[in-house]
Design a binder for this molecule. Structure first.
Ligand code: ME8
Length: 512
């Protein structure tokens, strides 16, 4: 039986259109999901939309539409983004689905039966933008720490006994040092929990766009209890579904740093209290800014992923987002950096290497794939060993969500292949040693074959084009066909190659 891998994105609020930040989180998961599938895993990759709560209700009111039809429209925008970005999610969950209501009621009843919920009264601050409660002492200049406005709320509320989970949570972090990543974030969470946990309000009465609390229709569940439970709903946990036993506990919850606390404190506490196993890892990535500025609707500098795809290409955008910024850190989007990656890493380093090599095979070998030397030694051995060694190294980086490092390692080998072609100068060998020319070309093609297989998760369409040009059959594109476990097939005919990575040219008049 194949090993399993369950990974999730946050479910996004449907108060607004998707932007680059949402695309980024799901992209990282998509790359990992594709990587794991190619590496022989049975993957469940979940994304979706978070459709309840005051923020969404307010947005619907502002648009003058009933919440359900408002969420139908906005949720569809997120679904459209998954196809535009070529995401391979296995499910797209919406919290307004009946199965999710059932699941929320189920977790509520479990918590209630086990004595972790009591009815009381909440009096304190609430930030609608963060959908979070704050104490007086947490406020900064009368606002939430995120800068969001807060309002005073006083209402009857059910509480979850979060305070009881302080020590169990600290013990869990201690016993599972990989649970929260990157390491700096673990420290933040640990000191937050050490600072003391107060019981958490988990229901609201002043609006009604949410899952009704079982046996108390005056209350709807707090949107975060509702939202986090989606990770179980998708596995049909509420019905003891087969997917639950196959995929839970979750291997990775990928989130932005803004919502780590909900995933690394509240969620594990809810699960422990319900007697359910905890996810293996929560990774909080950094925040994108635009040309140095915070991305915000009021500044008007929101980056639309569809516009990037239009301008630079889909795979170029996917590559840039994961290569440019060390995953986990904050990153800045700039057109200059985007163009540099497109033209230098893709068009020059990988695109030209492949185009030049295959053109030589077509021109100088009558389009018949040459064979590797019978005895591989010297520079040939060095380059092939570097290519063969990549999978293990890239896997280790991707398992730590260090996508930028994995890509850097691949581009190191591309650079080595470019040096090799320049040193070996196969074009000059045509007249002096045609046999050696074939061997040199075969060594490069074999390197490109391995690289094209390895970059499939990041650039699925472009990698497929490269592999088509190399005549690699569909069933020979998994990771079991690299790392020295298989070699390129010689003697087959290839066609005149078409460039896979076009250079980005600034439109006339706009300057570079
Ligand atoms: O928080 N840079 O939904 P949300 C990087 N519904 N990532 C960004 C970003 C930026 N500038 N802006 C947004 C919610 N993101 C809840 C989640 S989960 C059970 C419920 C990404 O629509 C990042 O992943 O506000 C962040 O955590 C998420 O969008 C917040 O999405």
């Amino acid at each position: 039986m194949s090993p399993t891998y369950y990974l999730t994105t946050p479910i996004y609020y449907v108060n607004d259109k998707p932007h680059i930040g949402h695309a980024y989180t799901t992209l990282a998961c998509d790359v990992l999901a594709r990587f794991k599938r190619l590496d022989g895993y049975n993957v469940m990759f979940l994304t979706g939309t978070d459709e309840h709560g005051q923020k969404v209700q307010d947005a619907a009111e502002k648009a003058g539409v009933a919440p359900q039809s408002f969420t139908d429209t906005v949720s569809q925008n997120f679904r459209d983004l998954t196809s535009a970005m070529n995401f391979s999610n296995d499910q797209f969950i919406r919290t307004t689905e009946p199965r999710h209501y059932e699941s929320c009621r189920h977790i509520w009843n479990m918590l209630l039966e086990k004595g972790h919920i009591r009815l009381d009264k909440y009096a304190g601050w609430y930030s609608v933008r963060d959908e979070a409660f704050f104490t007086e002492t947490e406020l900064v200049d009368g606002k939430a720490p995120t800068g969001a406005p807060v309002e005073w709320v006083e209402e009857p509320s059910y509480f979850f006994a979060l305070s009881e989970w302080q020590q169990p949570l600290l013990d869990y972090y201690e016993a599972h040092p990989d649970f929260i990543a990157p390491a700096g974030r673990l420290n933040e969470i640990r000191s937050f929990v050490k600072g003391g946990l107060k019981d958490l309000s988990i229901s609201r009465t002043t609006f009604d766009w949410g899952v009704p609390v079982p046996n108390d229709d005056d209350h709807v569940m707090y949107v975060w209890l509702d939202a986090l439970t989606n990770y179980l709903t998708a596995l049909d946990w509420q019905n003891d579904g087969a997917d639950y036993s196959t995929y839970w506990p979750c291997d990775l919850h990928m989130v932005g740093k803004d919502i780590l606390r909900f995933h690394a404190v509240y969620w594990p506490a809810f699960l422990m209290a319900s007697g359910l196993p905890l996810p293996k890892r929560v990774f909080a990535h950094g925040w994108w800014t635009n040309e140095g500025e915070k991305i915000s609707k009021s500044i008007g500098n929101v980056i639309d992923p569809l516009a990037l795809i239009d301008k630079y290409g889909l795979d170029q955008t996917r590559y840039f987002l994961l290569r440019e910024v060390p995953f986990g850190r904050d990153g800045d989007f700039s057109e200059t950096a985007m163009i540099a990656r497109t033209n230098s890493d893709l068009a020059n380093d990988l695109g030209n290497l492949s185009q030049r090599t295959l053109s030589l095979v077509v021109k100088n070998c009558d389009g018949i794939m040459p064979a590797l030397p019978a005895d591989i030694s010297g520079d040939d051995a060095e380059l092939l060993a570097a290519a063969d060694g990549l999978l293990e190294k890239v896997r280790a980086e991707f398992d730590q969500q260090a996508f930028h490092e994995g890509l850097r390692l691949i581009w190191d080998v591309i650079a080595a292949a470019n040096r090799y072609i320049d040193t070996q100068a196969p074009w000059a060998l045509k007249k002096t040693d045609i046999n050696r020319m074939g061997e040199v070309l075969a060594v490069i093609v074999e390197t490109i074959r391995q690289i094209a297989i390895l970059v499939q998760p990041v650039m699925p369409q472009s990698a497929a084009k490269l592999l088509d040009q190399l005549m690699v059959p569909d069933d020979a594109r998994g990771f079991e066909h690299i790392a020295g476990r298989a070699r390129l097939t010689s003697g087959i005919a290839i066609e005149k190659p078409q460039g896979v990575f076009p250079r980005y040219q600034e439109p006339e008049g706009e300057g570079a």
